[in-house]
Design a protein around this ligand. Structure first.
Ligand SMILES: [Zn+2]
Length: 132
């Protein structure tokens, strides 16, 4: 793998509800992926959990899976399923820490939001604005 980008996602799950990597792994298997598609998952309390090993291509965005590390925060919709930036302060901090850590390790060209390369709302905030 030759990682050049980081792509930020949300799990498109309702605000305030946390989910385990195991649950997300099951959802993605049900979609036909070979396991969880994201490399990292950010829990509501800011805890960073490993999903798919970084040594494997992701399954989070068609066309970007072998160049972009996939990070997803848990949340992204309100209770009715409408897209919403539901990040907790702890999640915002954790995303930033993870991005900074990778930027020190590898030359990252750009940090992208899923919505910059697809017509999805994910991750429901302006990534380009926060990660110039
Ligand atoms: Zn996404």
């Amino acid at each position: 793998m030759s990682w050049k980008y980081i792509m930020i996602h949300c799990t498109a799950t309702p605000e305030g509800k946390d989910y385990t990597v195991k649950e997300i792994d099951r959802w993605h298997r049900e979609k036909g992926f070979n396991g969880i598609g994201y490399h990292y998952v950010i829990h509501l309390n800011g805890c960073i959990e490993e999903g798919r090993p970084i040594t494997r291509a992701g399954a989070h965005c068609y066309g970007w899976n072998s160049s972009a590390i996939g990070i997803a925060y848990i949340g992204g919709t309100d209770a009715d399923g409408t897209p919403k930036d539901t990040r907790t302060e702890a999640q915002k901090k954790a995303i930033r820490q993870l991005v900074e850590r990778f930027k020190e390790l590898i030359p990252i060209k750009r940090v992208l939001g899923h919505n910059e390369v697809s017509n999805k709302a994910c991750p429901c905030f302006d990534v380009g604005k926060e990660f110039a």
